[in-house]
Design a protein around this ligand. Structure first.
Ligand code: PGA
Length: 280
């Protein structure tokens, strides 16, 4: 079940999605603790520290705050930042929107597209996702396209057709050579404490890898596919040990430094089976 050439071609990505949390003072200490923990682990890692990337998707004001403090300008920062959503339109008279160019200007390198909460609560559909992916790529942001089936869709046996269609439509405005990161997040596992089993995750990730190769050519082998949905420090090792799982998108457990760093430890340990010896 372990990776064969994964560490040669795909990084492991451990990504925290803070959603609409936390408040300002808790956010500052969370950021400080996570940053310190990541730095410490990088300094002790065996092998290339850049083979495991850490991303945080905070609410947008944090990007401005980080940018004002000069933090995101430092190449040496151990974490990259991203927006949880970008507009599907360029700058202009779109009250309330924040687009790819602006978040890039304020230090983001990444953005989520089509998180299930955006899809179900804010009406973002696959065509809108495709336009947002396009905006991100046009402004040199790296998009993470989120896809996943509902419980009803899984129970009626439609998982593959649902995620296959979300994948194809979400990537429909990409041109050859462009390849967003994919996050498979079954809707029924998000924020519920119910994690998909390793068998379920392995099956869908394998399907997505094959579908990506059909849609995008052999370059898709280099595309990270993350799993998200109730990932915690105590289930991360099993999930991250799967050969087609290249990282995790973490909601609830990213709001506590120790649990987020515990998942990072699992990601480092799974990386090619190396033992990072973090707890001596
Ligand atoms: P969760 O959220 O880890 O709280 O299930 C995952 C996500 O929404 O990305």
């Amino acid at each position: 079940m372990h990776a064969h050439g994964r560490d040669l071609i795909r990084p492991t990505i451990i990504a925290g999605n803070w959603k609409h949390n936390p408040d300002r003072s808790n956010g500052e200490s969370l950021l400080r603790d996570v940053m310190g923990g990541v730095e410490e682990r990088r300094s002790r890692m065996v092998g290339d520290p850049d083979s495991v990337e850490v991303l945080i998707f905070p609410p947008l004001p944090w990007l401005g705050w980080l940018s004002a403090s000069g933090d995101t300008a430092q190449d040496s920062l151990p974490i990259s930042f991203g927006a949880q959503c970008v507009a599907e339109v360029s700058m202009g008279a779109f009250t309330g929107e924040v687009g790819a160019q602006l978040v890039k200007d304020f230090g983001a390198q990444w953005c989520l597209v089509g998180h299930s909460e955006r899809r179900t609560l804010f009406g973002v559909d696959d065509e809108s996702c495709a336009r947002r992916v396009r905006q991100a790529l046009d402004h040199k942001l790296k998009p993470v396209l989120c896809i996943g089936e509902t419980l009803a869709q899984r129970e009626s046996g439609d998982t593959r057709s649902v995620v296959g269609e979300q994948l194809e439509r979400g990537l429909s405005l990409c041109v050859e050579g462009e390849q967003p990161v994919i996050a498979y997040e079954p809707v029924w596992a998000i924020g519920t404490g119910v994690t998909a089993t390793v068998e379920q995750v392995a099956e869908v990730h394998g399907f997505l890898r094959d579908r990506l190769c059909e849609l995008r050519g052999s370059g898709a082998e280099a595309t990270p596919i993350l799993y998200g949905g109730s990932v915690k420090a105590d289930n991360a090792a099993d999930l991250l040990g799967l050969s087609d799982v290249d990282g995790a998108l973490i909601g609830g457990a990213s709001l506590e430094a120790s649990s987020f760093l515990g998942i990072l430890d699992a990601g480092i340990a799974c990386r090619g089976g190396r033992e990072p010896k973090l707890h001596e």
